[in-house]
Design a protein around this ligand. Sequence first.
Ligand code: NOJ
Length: 538
Amino acid sequence: MAQQPEPSDWWRDAAIYQVYPRSFADGGGDGTGDLAGVRSRLPYLAELGVQAVWFNPWYPSPMADGGYDVADYRDVDPAFGTLAEAEKLIAEGLELGLRTIVDIVPNHVSDAHPWFRAALAAAPGSPERDLFHFRPGRGALGELPPNDWKSEFGGCPWTRTVNADGSPGEWYLHLFAVQQPDLNWAHPQVRSEHESILRFWFDRGAAGVRIDSAGLLAKDPALPDFEPGRDPHPFVDRDELHGIYRSWRAIADSYAEPRVLIGEIWVSDTERFARYLRPDELHTAFNFDFLARPWEPFQLRASIDATLAAHAPVGAPATWVLCNHDVTRTVTRYGRADTRFDFAAKAFGTPTDLPLGRRRARAAALLSLALPGSVYLYQGEELGLPEVEDLPPERLQDPMHLRSGGTDPGRDGCRVPLPWSGSEPPYGFAPAGVEPWLPQPAGWGALTVEAQSGDPDSMLELYRSALRIRRSAVAGEFAWLPSGREVLAFRRAGGFSCLVNLGGEPVALPPHGAVLLASGPPAGGLLPPDTAVWLQDS
Ligand code: NOJ
Protein backbone atom coordinates (compact mmCIF):
# COMPACT_ATOMS: atom_id res chain seq x y z
CA MET A 1 0.00 0.00 0.00
CA ALA A 2 1.45 3.38 -0.99
CA GLN A 3 1.97 6.02 1.68
CA GLN A 4 -0.80 8.60 1.81
CA PRO A 5 0.19 12.29 2.03
CA GLU A 6 -1.01 14.63 4.79
CA PRO A 7 -4.64 15.68 4.12
CA SER A 8 -3.57 19.33 3.75
CA ASP A 9 -1.06 18.23 1.12
CA TRP A 10 -3.82 16.77 -1.04
CA TRP A 11 -2.81 19.01 -3.96
CA ARG A 12 0.63 17.40 -4.22
CA ASP A 13 -0.66 14.31 -5.99
CA ALA A 14 -4.34 15.00 -6.68
CA ALA A 15 -6.21 14.17 -9.85
CA ILE A 16 -8.14 17.34 -10.65
CA TYR A 17 -11.02 17.39 -13.11
CA GLN A 18 -11.67 20.53 -15.14
CA VAL A 19 -15.32 21.46 -15.65
CA TYR A 20 -16.19 23.94 -18.39
CA PRO A 21 -19.58 24.80 -16.88
CA ARG A 22 -21.21 25.87 -20.12
CA SER A 23 -20.65 22.45 -21.66
CA PHE A 24 -20.78 19.97 -18.79
CA ALA A 25 -24.48 19.37 -18.08
CA ASP A 26 -27.58 21.48 -18.57
CA GLY A 27 -29.89 21.28 -15.53
CA GLY A 28 -32.03 24.25 -16.55
CA GLY A 29 -33.02 22.95 -19.97
CA ASP A 30 -31.95 25.95 -22.06
CA GLY A 31 -29.05 24.33 -23.89
CA THR A 32 -26.36 25.91 -21.69
CA GLY A 33 -24.61 23.90 -19.03
CA ASP A 34 -25.07 25.20 -15.49
CA LEU A 35 -24.44 24.60 -11.80
CA ALA A 36 -27.65 22.60 -11.41
CA GLY A 37 -26.28 20.27 -14.10
CA VAL A 38 -22.95 19.96 -12.32
CA ARG A 39 -24.64 19.26 -8.98
CA SER A 40 -26.65 16.45 -10.52
CA ARG A 41 -23.45 14.91 -11.92
CA LEU A 42 -21.22 15.19 -8.85
CA PRO A 43 -21.62 11.46 -8.15
CA TYR A 44 -20.20 10.80 -11.63
CA LEU A 45 -17.08 12.78 -10.75
CA ALA A 46 -16.73 11.10 -7.36
CA GLU A 47 -17.08 7.70 -9.01
CA LEU A 48 -14.53 8.62 -11.65
CA GLY A 49 -12.06 8.93 -8.81
CA VAL A 50 -10.85 12.54 -8.91
CA GLN A 51 -10.14 14.54 -5.76
CA ALA A 52 -10.97 18.07 -6.88
CA VAL A 53 -12.83 19.97 -9.56
CA TRP A 54 -11.60 23.16 -11.20
CA PHE A 55 -14.38 25.25 -12.68
CA ASN A 56 -13.76 27.61 -15.57
CA PRO A 57 -15.24 31.05 -14.75
CA TRP A 58 -18.88 31.04 -13.69
CA TYR A 59 -19.16 34.78 -12.95
CA PRO A 60 -21.54 37.26 -14.58
CA SER A 61 -20.06 37.92 -17.97
CA PRO A 62 -21.07 39.09 -21.44
CA MET A 63 -19.19 35.93 -22.62
CA ALA A 64 -16.99 37.71 -25.13
CA ASP A 65 -14.31 35.16 -24.13
CA GLY A 66 -16.27 32.28 -22.65
CA GLY A 67 -16.51 33.95 -19.23
CA TYR A 68 -12.87 35.14 -19.02
CA ASP A 69 -14.40 38.59 -19.36
CA VAL A 70 -15.67 38.98 -15.80
CA ALA A 71 -18.20 41.68 -14.94
CA ASP A 72 -18.57 40.76 -11.25
CA TYR A 73 -16.12 38.52 -9.40
CA ARG A 74 -18.43 37.91 -6.45
CA ASP A 75 -21.46 36.41 -8.15
CA VAL A 76 -22.56 33.73 -10.61
CA ASP A 77 -23.87 34.39 -14.11
CA PRO A 78 -27.66 33.86 -14.21
CA ALA A 79 -27.11 31.49 -17.15
CA PHE A 80 -25.21 29.21 -14.75
CA GLY A 81 -27.25 29.74 -11.57
CA THR A 82 -26.86 31.74 -8.39
CA LEU A 83 -24.22 32.38 -5.76
CA ALA A 84 -26.28 30.33 -3.31
CA GLU A 85 -26.13 27.41 -5.74
CA ALA A 86 -22.35 27.75 -6.05
CA GLU A 87 -22.13 27.57 -2.27
CA LYS A 88 -24.30 24.44 -2.28
CA LEU A 89 -22.19 22.93 -5.03
CA ILE A 90 -19.00 23.51 -3.04
CA ALA A 91 -20.57 21.94 0.07
CA GLU A 92 -22.09 18.97 -1.80
CA GLY A 93 -18.79 18.34 -3.55
CA LEU A 94 -17.00 18.17 -0.22
CA GLU A 95 -19.48 15.60 1.06
CA LEU A 96 -18.39 13.40 -1.85
CA GLY A 97 -14.71 14.08 -1.27
CA LEU A 98 -14.43 16.63 -4.09
CA ARG A 99 -12.73 19.95 -3.42
CA THR A 100 -13.60 22.99 -5.52
CA ILE A 101 -11.12 25.20 -7.32
CA VAL A 102 -12.43 28.44 -8.78
CA ASP A 103 -10.93 30.34 -11.68
CA ILE A 104 -9.62 33.82 -10.83
CA VAL A 105 -9.07 36.24 -13.71
CA PRO A 106 -6.78 39.01 -12.44
CA ASN A 107 -5.13 40.29 -15.62
CA HIS A 108 -8.24 41.87 -17.10
CA VAL A 109 -11.92 42.51 -16.48
CA SER A 110 -14.90 42.67 -18.81
CA ASP A 111 -15.65 45.96 -20.49
CA ALA A 112 -18.98 45.61 -18.66
CA HIS A 113 -17.23 45.68 -15.26
CA PRO A 114 -18.25 48.78 -13.25
CA TRP A 115 -14.62 49.89 -12.92
CA PHE A 116 -14.15 49.99 -16.67
CA ARG A 117 -17.49 51.67 -17.27
CA ALA A 118 -16.51 54.35 -14.77
CA ALA A 119 -13.10 54.70 -16.40
CA LEU A 120 -14.64 55.22 -19.83
CA ALA A 121 -17.03 57.81 -18.42
CA ALA A 122 -14.22 59.64 -16.60
CA ALA A 123 -11.72 62.03 -18.12
CA PRO A 124 -8.15 61.27 -19.18
CA GLY A 125 -5.87 61.41 -16.16
CA SER A 126 -8.70 60.56 -13.74
CA PRO A 127 -8.27 58.12 -10.83
CA GLU A 128 -10.83 55.83 -12.52
CA ARG A 129 -8.59 55.50 -15.58
CA ASP A 130 -5.56 54.81 -13.39
CA LEU A 131 -6.93 51.34 -12.64
CA PHE A 132 -6.30 50.41 -16.30
CA HIS A 133 -3.72 51.27 -18.93
CA PHE A 134 -5.08 54.31 -20.74
CA ARG A 135 -2.65 56.24 -22.91
CA PRO A 136 -2.79 58.91 -25.61
CA GLY A 137 -2.08 57.57 -29.08
CA ARG A 138 1.02 58.24 -31.09
CA GLY A 139 1.06 60.23 -34.33
CA ALA A 140 0.17 63.87 -34.85
CA LEU A 141 -3.48 63.25 -33.99
CA GLY A 142 -3.02 60.37 -31.57
CA GLU A 143 -4.29 58.12 -34.32
CA LEU A 144 -1.67 55.39 -33.77
CA PRO A 145 -1.67 52.91 -30.89
CA PRO A 146 0.65 53.80 -27.96
CA ASN A 147 3.07 50.94 -28.68
CA ASP A 148 3.67 48.04 -31.04
CA TRP A 149 2.59 45.11 -28.83
CA LYS A 150 0.54 42.23 -30.23
CA SER A 151 -2.62 40.85 -28.66
CA GLU A 152 -2.48 37.26 -27.40
CA PHE A 153 -5.49 36.73 -29.65
CA GLY A 154 -3.84 38.35 -32.65
CA GLY A 155 -4.01 41.93 -33.87
CA CYS A 156 -3.49 45.13 -31.94
CA PRO A 157 -4.02 45.08 -28.14
CA TRP A 158 -5.05 48.75 -28.03
CA THR A 159 -8.49 50.20 -28.70
CA ARG A 160 -9.21 53.87 -29.00
CA THR A 161 -11.95 55.40 -26.87
CA VAL A 162 -14.38 58.14 -27.80
CA ASN A 163 -14.62 61.28 -25.67
CA ALA A 164 -17.92 62.56 -24.27
CA ASP A 165 -18.09 65.14 -27.09
CA GLY A 166 -17.68 62.42 -29.73
CA SER A 167 -14.04 63.22 -30.54
CA PRO A 168 -11.45 60.38 -30.61
CA GLY A 169 -9.90 59.88 -27.19
CA GLU A 170 -7.23 57.84 -25.40
CA TRP A 171 -6.43 54.22 -26.09
CA TYR A 172 -6.72 51.36 -23.57
CA LEU A 173 -4.68 48.18 -23.40
CA HIS A 174 -6.21 44.71 -23.75
CA LEU A 175 -3.76 41.85 -24.18
CA PHE A 176 -6.73 39.64 -25.15
CA ALA A 177 -10.03 40.72 -26.74
CA VAL A 178 -11.27 44.30 -27.03
CA GLN A 179 -13.81 43.45 -24.32
CA GLN A 180 -11.05 42.49 -21.83
CA PRO A 181 -9.28 45.68 -20.65
CA ASP A 182 -6.08 44.95 -18.71
CA LEU A 183 -5.90 46.09 -15.11
CA ASN A 184 -3.03 48.21 -13.84
CA TRP A 185 -1.36 45.95 -11.29
CA ALA A 186 0.92 48.74 -10.11
CA HIS A 187 -2.17 50.29 -8.50
CA PRO A 188 -2.79 49.37 -4.83
CA GLN A 189 -6.57 49.25 -5.32
CA VAL A 190 -6.20 46.54 -7.96
CA ARG A 191 -4.16 44.50 -5.53
CA SER A 192 -6.48 44.96 -2.58
CA GLU A 193 -9.55 44.21 -4.67
CA HIS A 194 -8.14 40.87 -5.79
CA GLU A 195 -7.04 39.97 -2.30
CA SER A 196 -10.60 40.58 -1.20
CA ILE A 197 -11.92 38.43 -4.09
CA LEU A 198 -9.65 35.59 -3.01
CA ARG A 199 -11.00 35.78 0.53
CA PHE A 200 -14.55 35.92 -0.80
CA TRP A 201 -14.20 32.50 -2.46
CA PHE A 202 -11.97 30.96 0.20
CA ASP A 203 -14.56 31.96 2.83
CA ARG A 204 -17.18 30.09 0.79
CA GLY A 205 -15.17 26.90 0.94
CA ALA A 206 -13.19 27.02 -2.28
CA ALA A 207 -10.10 24.87 -1.73
CA GLY A 208 -8.04 26.90 -4.13
CA VAL A 209 -7.87 29.09 -7.18
CA ARG A 210 -6.60 28.64 -10.69
CA ILE A 211 -5.00 31.93 -11.67
CA ASP A 212 -5.71 32.94 -15.24
CA SER A 213 -2.86 34.42 -17.32
CA ALA A 214 -0.78 34.51 -14.15
CA GLY A 215 2.43 35.47 -15.94
CA LEU A 216 1.03 38.60 -17.60
CA LEU A 217 -0.29 40.87 -14.85
CA ALA A 218 2.74 43.13 -14.42
CA LYS A 219 3.66 45.57 -17.18
CA ASP A 220 6.64 47.82 -17.73
CA PRO A 221 5.18 51.16 -16.55
CA ALA A 222 6.66 52.92 -19.58
CA LEU A 223 4.78 50.52 -21.89
CA PRO A 224 7.74 50.58 -24.30
CA ASP A 225 7.74 49.04 -27.76
CA PHE A 226 8.54 45.36 -27.84
CA GLU A 227 12.18 44.67 -28.62
CA PRO A 228 12.89 41.00 -29.34
CA GLY A 229 15.24 39.49 -26.79
CA ARG A 230 14.98 42.43 -24.39
CA ASP A 231 15.03 41.36 -20.76
CA PRO A 232 12.79 41.86 -18.88
CA HIS A 233 9.91 41.45 -21.29
CA PRO A 234 7.49 44.41 -21.07
CA PHE A 235 4.60 42.20 -19.96
CA VAL A 236 5.58 38.52 -19.58
CA ASP A 237 7.12 36.96 -16.47
CA ARG A 238 8.16 40.21 -14.81
CA ASP A 239 9.76 40.16 -11.36
CA GLU A 240 7.00 42.31 -9.83
CA LEU A 241 4.66 39.29 -10.06
CA HIS A 242 6.42 37.45 -7.27
CA GLY A 243 5.48 40.05 -4.66
CA ILE A 244 1.84 39.78 -5.74
CA TYR A 245 1.82 36.01 -5.35
CA ARG A 246 3.62 36.16 -2.00
CA SER A 247 0.80 38.27 -0.64
CA TRP A 248 -1.74 35.80 -2.07
CA ARG A 249 0.11 32.91 -0.46
CA ALA A 250 -0.08 34.60 2.93
CA ILE A 251 -3.86 34.82 2.48
CA ALA A 252 -4.13 31.19 1.33
CA ASP A 253 -2.03 30.04 4.30
CA SER A 254 -4.17 31.94 6.78
CA TYR A 255 -6.98 29.36 6.47
CA ALA A 256 -7.23 26.34 8.77
CA GLU A 257 -6.99 24.16 5.69
CA PRO A 258 -4.56 26.23 3.61
CA ARG A 259 -5.97 27.14 0.22
CA VAL A 260 -4.10 26.29 -2.95
CA LEU A 261 -2.83 28.61 -5.67
CA ILE A 262 -2.47 27.15 -9.17
CA GLY A 263 -0.90 29.29 -11.87
CA GLU A 264 -1.61 29.39 -15.57
CA ILE A 265 1.91 30.34 -16.53
CA TRP A 266 3.19 30.01 -20.07
CA VAL A 267 6.90 30.54 -19.44
CA SER A 268 9.11 28.22 -21.43
CA ASP A 269 12.29 28.64 -19.34
CA THR A 270 11.74 25.91 -16.73
CA GLU A 271 13.89 27.67 -14.12
CA ARG A 272 11.99 30.93 -14.50
CA PHE A 273 8.79 28.88 -14.30
CA ALA A 274 9.88 27.21 -11.06
CA ARG A 275 10.51 30.59 -9.40
CA TYR A 276 6.73 30.96 -9.12
CA LEU A 277 6.64 27.73 -7.14
CA ARG A 278 8.99 28.75 -4.35
CA PRO A 279 7.63 27.82 -0.91
CA ASP A 280 6.05 31.23 -0.25
CA GLU A 281 4.49 31.66 -3.71
CA LEU A 282 2.17 29.45 -5.78
CA HIS A 283 1.64 25.80 -4.91
CA THR A 284 1.62 24.46 -8.45
CA ALA A 285 1.35 25.59 -12.07
CA PHE A 286 0.22 23.87 -15.24
CA ASN A 287 2.93 22.06 -17.12
CA PHE A 288 2.43 23.39 -20.63
CA ASP A 289 5.81 22.12 -21.73
CA PHE A 290 4.60 18.54 -21.35
CA LEU A 291 1.24 19.35 -22.93
CA ALA A 292 2.84 20.85 -26.02
CA ARG A 293 5.36 18.09 -26.71
CA PRO A 294 4.88 15.71 -29.62
CA TRP A 295 4.19 12.00 -29.15
CA GLU A 296 7.84 11.21 -29.40
CA PRO A 297 10.02 9.33 -26.89
CA PHE A 298 12.99 11.76 -26.69
CA GLN A 299 10.73 14.77 -26.47
CA LEU A 300 8.55 13.35 -23.72
CA ARG A 301 11.51 12.05 -21.76
CA ALA A 302 13.21 15.44 -22.06
CA SER A 303 10.09 17.19 -20.82
CA ILE A 304 9.71 14.84 -17.85
CA ASP A 305 13.38 15.27 -16.94
CA ALA A 306 13.30 19.05 -17.27
CA THR A 307 10.08 19.25 -15.27
CA LEU A 308 11.30 17.11 -12.40
CA ALA A 309 14.69 18.84 -12.33
CA ALA A 310 13.13 22.31 -12.21
CA HIS A 311 10.59 21.45 -9.50
CA ALA A 312 12.94 19.59 -7.16
CA PRO A 313 14.91 22.59 -5.85
CA VAL A 314 11.76 24.52 -4.90
CA GLY A 315 10.01 21.48 -3.40
CA ALA A 316 6.88 21.90 -5.52
CA PRO A 317 5.11 18.98 -7.17
CA ALA A 318 5.04 18.76 -10.95
CA THR A 319 1.73 18.80 -12.79
CA TRP A 320 0.80 16.78 -15.86
CA VAL A 321 -1.74 18.05 -18.34
CA LEU A 322 -2.70 16.60 -21.71
CA CYS A 323 -5.38 19.09 -22.71
CA ASN A 324 -7.72 21.83 -21.54
CA HIS A 325 -10.36 24.19 -22.87
CA ASP A 326 -7.79 26.12 -24.92
CA VAL A 327 -6.03 23.35 -26.83
CA THR A 328 -6.80 20.68 -29.43
CA ARG A 329 -8.31 17.57 -27.87
CA THR A 330 -5.76 14.83 -27.28
CA VAL A 331 -7.18 12.07 -29.47
CA THR A 332 -7.21 14.46 -32.41
CA ARG A 333 -3.76 15.94 -31.82
CA TYR A 334 -2.11 12.54 -31.40
CA GLY A 335 -3.75 11.29 -34.59
CA ARG A 336 -1.90 13.80 -36.75
CA ALA A 337 1.43 13.87 -38.52
CA ASP A 338 2.47 16.77 -36.25
CA THR A 339 1.53 15.77 -32.70
CA ARG A 340 2.83 18.91 -30.94
CA PHE A 341 0.46 21.53 -29.66
CA ASP A 342 1.10 24.99 -31.00
CA PHE A 343 -1.53 27.75 -31.14
CA ALA A 344 0.16 29.20 -34.21
CA ALA A 345 0.02 25.91 -36.13
CA LYS A 346 -3.73 25.34 -35.78
CA ALA A 347 -5.44 25.08 -39.16
CA PHE A 348 -8.69 23.89 -40.65
CA GLY A 349 -8.61 20.61 -42.55
CA THR A 350 -5.59 18.90 -40.95
CA PRO A 351 -5.75 15.16 -41.78
CA THR A 352 -6.32 13.05 -38.65
CA ASP A 353 -6.17 9.30 -37.97
CA LEU A 354 -8.54 9.09 -35.00
CA PRO A 355 -8.05 5.38 -34.15
CA LEU A 356 -4.29 6.05 -33.94
CA GLY A 357 -4.92 9.19 -31.88
CA ARG A 358 -7.15 7.22 -29.54
CA ARG A 359 -4.53 4.51 -28.97
CA ARG A 360 -1.93 7.13 -28.18
CA ALA A 361 -4.29 9.13 -25.96
CA ARG A 362 -4.96 5.97 -23.94
CA ALA A 363 -1.24 5.38 -23.55
CA ALA A 364 -0.66 9.04 -22.68
CA ALA A 365 -3.31 8.79 -19.98
CA LEU A 366 -1.43 5.95 -18.27
CA LEU A 367 1.85 7.82 -18.70
CA SER A 368 0.63 11.06 -17.15
CA LEU A 369 -1.27 9.32 -14.35
CA ALA A 370 1.84 7.39 -13.32
CA LEU A 371 4.20 10.37 -13.05
CA PRO A 372 4.91 12.05 -9.69
CA GLY A 373 2.79 15.11 -8.96
CA SER A 374 -0.77 16.18 -9.65
CA VAL A 375 -2.67 15.62 -12.85
CA TYR A 376 -5.43 17.57 -14.61
CA LEU A 377 -8.16 15.97 -16.70
CA TYR A 378 -10.28 18.12 -18.95
CA GLN A 379 -13.95 17.14 -19.18
CA GLY A 380 -14.50 14.74 -22.05
CA GLU A 381 -10.87 13.58 -22.02
CA GLU A 382 -12.06 10.57 -20.03
CA LEU A 383 -14.55 9.86 -22.83
CA GLY A 384 -11.96 10.20 -25.58
CA LEU A 385 -13.87 13.01 -27.27
CA PRO A 386 -12.24 14.26 -30.45
CA GLU A 387 -11.96 17.93 -31.41
CA VAL A 388 -15.10 18.92 -33.31
CA GLU A 389 -13.74 20.50 -36.46
CA ASP A 390 -16.85 20.96 -38.55
CA LEU A 391 -18.89 23.29 -36.38
CA PRO A 392 -20.99 25.57 -38.58
CA PRO A 393 -18.96 28.79 -39.01
CA GLU A 394 -21.88 30.94 -37.87
CA ARG A 395 -21.95 29.10 -34.52
CA LEU A 396 -18.29 29.71 -33.67
CA GLN A 397 -17.86 32.08 -30.73
CA ASP A 398 -14.22 32.07 -29.78
CA PRO A 399 -12.50 35.45 -30.11
CA MET A 400 -9.36 33.63 -31.25
CA HIS A 401 -11.29 32.54 -34.31
CA LEU A 402 -13.18 35.80 -34.75
CA ARG A 403 -10.09 38.02 -34.41
CA SER A 404 -8.16 35.91 -36.94
CA GLY A 405 -10.60 36.83 -39.67
CA GLY A 406 -11.79 33.24 -39.67
CA THR A 407 -8.45 31.59 -40.47
CA ASP A 408 -7.73 30.22 -36.97
CA PRO A 409 -10.18 27.41 -36.10
CA GLY A 410 -10.30 28.74 -32.53
CA ARG A 411 -11.13 26.79 -29.41
CA ASP A 412 -14.83 26.02 -29.79
CA GLY A 413 -14.03 22.54 -31.09
CA CYS A 414 -12.82 21.38 -27.67
CA ARG A 415 -15.74 23.02 -25.84
CA VAL A 416 -18.64 21.09 -27.36
CA PRO A 417 -21.18 19.91 -24.74
CA LEU A 418 -20.55 16.47 -23.24
CA PRO A 419 -22.50 13.41 -24.40
CA TRP A 420 -24.03 11.62 -21.42
CA SER A 421 -26.52 9.17 -22.87
CA GLY A 422 -28.63 8.21 -25.86
CA SER A 423 -27.79 7.99 -29.53
CA GLU A 424 -28.42 11.49 -30.81
CA PRO A 425 -27.94 15.12 -29.76
CA PRO A 426 -28.26 16.43 -27.13
CA TYR A 427 -27.10 13.04 -25.76
CA GLY A 428 -28.51 13.71 -22.31
CA PHE A 429 -26.57 16.97 -21.98
CA ALA A 430 -29.90 18.82 -22.08
CA PRO A 431 -33.50 17.60 -22.20
CA ALA A 432 -34.45 15.94 -25.50
CA GLY A 433 -35.33 18.46 -28.17
CA VAL A 434 -33.21 21.25 -26.65
CA GLU A 435 -30.42 22.55 -28.89
CA PRO A 436 -27.08 22.90 -27.03
CA TRP A 437 -25.27 26.25 -27.28
CA LEU A 438 -22.70 24.58 -29.54
CA PRO A 439 -23.98 21.74 -31.73
CA GLN A 440 -22.80 18.21 -30.96
CA PRO A 441 -21.87 15.95 -33.85
CA ALA A 442 -23.93 12.99 -35.02
CA GLY A 443 -22.19 9.74 -34.16
CA TRP A 444 -21.26 10.47 -30.54
CA GLY A 445 -23.67 7.78 -29.30
CA ALA A 446 -20.78 5.36 -28.73
CA LEU A 447 -18.88 8.01 -26.75
CA THR A 448 -21.54 8.75 -24.13
CA VAL A 449 -20.96 8.04 -20.46
CA GLU A 450 -23.83 5.57 -20.65
CA ALA A 451 -22.40 3.67 -23.63
CA GLN A 452 -18.88 3.49 -22.17
CA SER A 453 -19.83 2.59 -18.60
CA GLY A 454 -19.19 -1.07 -17.94
CA ASP A 455 -17.35 -1.60 -21.26
CA PRO A 456 -13.87 -2.73 -20.14
CA ASP A 457 -12.33 -1.55 -23.41
CA SER A 458 -13.71 1.98 -23.20
CA MET A 459 -11.72 5.13 -22.49
CA LEU A 460 -13.98 5.88 -19.53
CA GLU A 461 -13.30 2.53 -17.85
CA LEU A 462 -9.58 2.95 -18.54
CA TYR A 463 -9.63 6.27 -16.68
CA ARG A 464 -11.77 4.87 -13.86
CA SER A 465 -9.40 1.94 -13.37
CA ALA A 466 -6.30 4.09 -13.68
CA LEU A 467 -7.54 6.64 -11.16
CA ARG A 468 -8.45 3.86 -8.73
CA ILE A 469 -5.10 2.10 -9.03
CA ARG A 470 -3.25 5.42 -8.91
CA ARG A 471 -4.71 6.13 -5.49
CA SER A 472 -3.51 2.89 -3.99
CA ALA A 473 -0.38 1.90 -5.91
CA VAL A 474 1.24 4.93 -7.52
CA ALA A 475 3.37 6.99 -5.14
CA GLY A 476 6.87 7.77 -3.96
CA GLU A 477 10.25 8.05 -5.66
CA PHE A 478 10.43 8.15 -9.45
CA ALA A 479 13.31 6.49 -11.32
CA TRP A 480 13.85 5.69 -14.98
CA LEU A 481 14.36 2.03 -15.83
CA PRO A 482 16.72 0.88 -18.56
CA SER A 483 14.78 0.59 -21.81
CA GLY A 484 15.08 0.72 -25.59
CA ARG A 485 15.31 4.11 -27.28
CA GLU A 486 11.64 4.25 -28.14
CA VAL A 487 10.30 3.11 -24.79
CA LEU A 488 9.70 5.18 -21.68
CA ALA A 489 10.04 2.97 -18.60
CA PHE A 490 10.07 4.10 -15.00
CA ARG A 491 9.29 2.87 -11.55
CA ARG A 492 7.71 4.35 -8.48
CA ALA A 493 7.89 3.12 -4.90
CA GLY A 494 6.48 -0.26 -3.86
CA GLY A 495 7.28 -2.21 -7.01
CA PHE A 496 5.07 -0.23 -9.41
CA SER A 497 6.36 0.44 -12.91
CA CYS A 498 5.05 2.02 -16.11
CA LEU A 499 6.18 1.27 -19.66
CA VAL A 500 5.14 3.20 -22.74
CA ASN A 501 6.01 1.99 -26.21
CA LEU A 502 6.32 4.98 -28.53
CA GLY A 503 8.05 3.02 -31.28
CA GLY A 504 6.70 1.17 -34.29
CA GLU A 505 7.47 -2.40 -33.11
CA PRO A 506 6.14 -4.47 -30.20
CA VAL A 507 8.57 -4.71 -27.26
CA ALA A 508 9.03 -7.37 -24.62
CA LEU A 509 7.68 -6.73 -21.14
CA PRO A 510 10.29 -6.95 -18.39
CA PRO A 511 9.85 -9.62 -15.71
CA HIS A 512 6.94 -8.66 -13.48
CA GLY A 513 4.43 -10.04 -11.00
CA ALA A 514 1.20 -8.68 -12.42
CA VAL A 515 -0.17 -6.46 -15.14
CA LEU A 516 -2.21 -3.87 -13.24
CA LEU A 517 -3.57 -2.11 -16.29
CA ALA A 518 -2.80 -1.72 -19.98
CA SER A 519 -3.97 0.87 -22.49
CA GLY A 520 -4.27 -1.91 -25.09
CA PRO A 521 -4.01 -5.68 -24.87
CA PRO A 522 -0.39 -6.93 -24.55
CA ALA A 523 -0.03 -9.70 -27.13
CA GLY A 524 2.00 -12.77 -26.17
CA GLY A 525 4.04 -10.94 -23.54
CA LEU A 526 4.77 -8.05 -25.93
CA LEU A 527 3.74 -4.43 -25.58
CA PRO A 528 2.33 -3.18 -28.92
CA PRO A 529 3.24 0.22 -30.41
CA ASP A 530 1.51 3.27 -28.91
CA THR A 531 0.57 1.29 -25.83
CA ALA A 532 1.30 1.72 -22.12
CA VAL A 533 1.21 -0.78 -19.30
CA TRP A 534 1.32 -0.59 -15.51
CA LEU A 535 3.14 -3.47 -13.87
CA GLN A 536 3.57 -4.60 -10.30
CA ASP A 537 6.60 -6.54 -9.09
CA SER A 538 5.82 -9.90 -7.57
C1 NOJ B 1 -6.36 31.75 -20.47
C2 NOJ B 1 -7.67 31.02 -20.51
O1 NOJ B 1 -7.44 29.65 -20.30
C3 NOJ B 1 -8.28 31.31 -21.85
O2 NOJ B 1 -9.41 30.53 -22.10
C4 NOJ B 1 -8.60 32.79 -21.92
O3 NOJ B 1 -9.08 33.10 -23.21
C5 NOJ B 1 -7.37 33.65 -21.63
N1 NOJ B 1 -6.60 33.16 -20.52
C6 NOJ B 1 -7.77 35.07 -21.33
O4 NOJ B 1 -8.44 35.14 -20.09
